[in-house]
Ligand binder design. Structure first.
Ligand SMILES: Nc1nc2c(ncn2[C@@H]2O[C@H](COP(=O)(O)OP(=O)(O)OP(=O)(O)O)[C@@H](O)[C@H]2O)c(=O)[nH]1
Ligand SMILES: [Mg+2]
Length: 267
């Protein structure tokens, strides 16, 4: 039916802010894009929400009425969404045209794709509806200032990648807060050997074997590279978007369709 970005990443990594920057950018360049809120705990938005999970269920209600805490409550909400995909979400999707481009702003709890199959089943649903989906994983650039944090960020991203089995783009968010770009650039596309020697320098010798395995893992999955995003710069948003579009063949597909519509002369 259309195209979708699933915007995921740890709590506070900048997902909703990215969604808002992306929306503004698309508005500026005259591109149609629809924002879907999947966070039942969200309170305010700086982009127009065209479909909102909170119309189905909100975290406040769940906590109040079922006496659940915030994390259990969130899982409950997402499982409720899962149970209502074929009616509530089906109905919502009727508001869109074929080939529309939807951006799903997801909650940040990492459990959603490491412990429960909710997001994975959500992705399966989108695929059944013929959406071409890309996972957009945001990691806060503040967390890659040293190698151990970088590795842990990579592991979390890898875990999402393996769970969701989707084309996957990693983004380093909040680049405007990075004063020394060099610190971060080292981690955009690092060499396994460099990672290993840095890890070994920081950690006790008994970790060396583990470090080697981790560095190789990151290297083997060489999709674990990051695109920096500075929302102040239109060019940066454009670059990130074109990478994502490429990943889901957004432009290419449109070209094919345009060509398909050219009326053929009888010959
Ligand atoms: N300076 C700067 N701050 C940012 C940027 N993106 C997000 N922030 C700040 O980081 C905080 C979290 O941003 P959100 O966009 O709400 O993050 P989120 O990933 O949607 O958070 P959850 O939905 O709670 O998981 C807010 O205080 C934002 O203002 C950025 O590009 N630059
Ligand atoms: Mg958010």
């Amino acid at each position: 039916m259309g195209f979708a970005q699933l915007v995921i990443g740890p709590a506070g990594s900048g997902k909703s802010t990215y969604c808002s920057g992306l929306y503004q950018h698309c508005e500026t360049v005259g591109r149609r894009i629809h924002m879907v809120n999947l966070d039942p705990a969200a309170e305010h938005f700086s982009y127009p929400v065209s479909t909102d999970i909170r119309e189905l269920i909100s975290l406040d209600d769940v906590m109040e009425e079922l006496g659940m805490g915030p994390n259990g409550g969130l899982i409950y909400c997402m499982e409720h969404l899962e149970d209502n995909l074929d009616d509530w979400l089906d109905e919502q999707l009727e508001n869109y045209f074929d080939d529309d481009y939807l951006v799903f702003d997801c909650p940040g709890q990492i459990e959603l794709f490491t412990h429960v199959p909710v997001l994975r089943n959500f992705v399966e649903y989108l695929k059944r509806k013929n959406f071409t989906v890309c996972a957009v994983y945001l990691l806060d650039s503040q967390f890659v200032s040293d190698v151990t944090k970088y590795i842990s960020g990579c592991m979390a991203s890898l875990s999402a990648m393996i769970q969701l089995e989707l084309p996957h783009i990693n983004i380093l968010s909040k680049m405007d807060l990075v004063s020394n770009k060099k610190d971060v650039e080292d981690y955009l596309n690092p060499e396994a050997q460099v990672l290993l020697s840095q890890l070994n320098r920081q950690m006790a010798p008994r970790f060396h074997k583990l470090n080697k395995a981790l560095a190789e893992l990151v290297d083997d999955y060489n999709m674990v590279n990051f695109i920096p995003l500075d929302l102040r710069k239109e060019s940066s948003i454009q670059y990130v978007l074109s990478n994502i579009d490429n990943c889901i063949q957004y432009g290419e597909d449109a070209d094919v369709k345009v060509r398909d519509f050219i009326p053929e002369d009888d010959d």
